[in-house]
Write a protein that binds this ligand. Structure first.
Ligand SMILES: NC(=O)c1ccc[n+]([C@@H]2O[C@H](COP(=O)([O-])OP(=O)(O)OC[C@H]3O[C@@H](n4cnc5c(N)ncnc54)[C@H](OP(=O)(O)O)[C@@H]3O)[C@@H](O)[C@H]2O)c1
Length: 275
């Protein structure tokens, strides 16, 4: 097994949807045996898709997952969480380590739905987790010990990169930046592709060029660790094409627009928490 941290761990998923399948798929790739995974969902089609893709057992009963697992990953839509936890009252919920990936659901809500002292970790993943290139931040309740945190990172790392936030409030900023961020980048890709078509490129080629440019630029920044401003300057030669393009981006307020997008999404996450 590549990832010994997860060895022998029985991992359960409540919810058999897109994120559950992405994480479970990553766990199997990391060497977790499918027989050590179990998932629940009321929706038969979601269960059979999970079984087909992951090769693990599923059930319609969330309580079975709680009883059979060392770690339970709460992978249902945010609005479903409170009711679901309330329905688990008779289950041994104090036993497993709980990892919630439900966007915007605070620890307080999770703690009030689970027995006191339950070990709970709130996470904020993002959609690239679906291809193992996610960026996830997490914040553990005080009841979570060091050994649990090693396990949490072992699980989150199968979906990409993860970071432990020093306080829960910062998860709102994470939501505004990396949680919603993929949508900002998809909008940029779409706009670049449209411009390529405007200049005569076939749609498919324009889309591939735009997508691969964003992918390549990110990979270059990640792998070199060089500041993006320096990498930008390396492309922009005096009086050249790039500086002409950059001038339009500055004139169009792109920097401010992206900045304000993160601010607005962060403020919305805070507002959602208080709603
Ligand atoms: N998708 C992403 O890219 C992404 C990124 C970051 C965070 N997240 C978070 O991850 C969570 C899951 O998102 P997702 O995209 O995977 O959603 P999804 O595909 O809709 O999966 C959720 C699954 O849970 C099922 N479900 C509903 N009520 C349930 C219950 N009481 N017990 C057990 N299962 C139940 C749903 O069935 P029905 O369809 O019948 O309701 C659905 O199959 C969300 O909280 C989201 O905020 C998602």
């Amino acid at each position: 097994m590549a990832n010994t941290t997860l060895e022998g761990q029985r991992i359960g998923f409540i919810g058999c949807g897109a994120m559950a399948r992405a994480l479970a798929g990553g766990l199997v790739e990391a060497g977790v045996t499918p027989s050590h995974i179990v998932a629940s969902d009321p929706f038969p089609a979601a269960r059979s898709q999970f079984e087909d893709e992951i090769g693990a057992r599923t059930t319609a009963h969330n309580a079975e997952v709680v009883t059979a697992s060392d770690v339970v990953i709460l992978a249902v839509k945010p609005g479903t969480v409170a009711g679901l936890l309330a329905a688990l009252d008779d289950s041994p919920c104090e036993k497993p380590l709980w990892i919630s990936i439900a966007a915007g659901i605070p620890l307080e809500t999770l703690q009030s739905g689970l027995p006191s002292g339950a070990r709970i970790v709130r996470t904020m993943p993002n959609t690239p987790a679906l291809v193992g290139a996610g960026a996830t931040a997490y914040y553990p309740a005080d009841s979570v010990g060091e050994a649990d945190l090693v396990l949490v990172e072992g699980i989150l790392n199968v979906a990409g990169w993860c970071w432990r936030a020093p306080n829960e409030e910062l998860l709102d900023a994470v939501t505004g930046l990396s949680g919603s961020g993929p949508a900002y980048v998809f909008l940029i890709i779409e706009a670049l592709a449209d411009a390529g078509v405007r200049e005569g490129l076939p749609r498919e080629v324009a889309q591939s060029l735009a997508t691969r440019t964003v992918f390549g630029a990110s990979k270059l920044a990640l792998e070199t660790g060089t500041h993006p401003g320096v990498l930008k300057d390396q492309v922009a030669s005096p009086g050249g094409t790039t500086i002409a393009g950059l001038e339009q981006l500055e004139a169009g307020g792109v920097r401010a627009a992206l900045y304000n997008a993160v601010r607005a999404a962060t403020e919305r996450s805070r507002a959602l928490r208080d709603e």
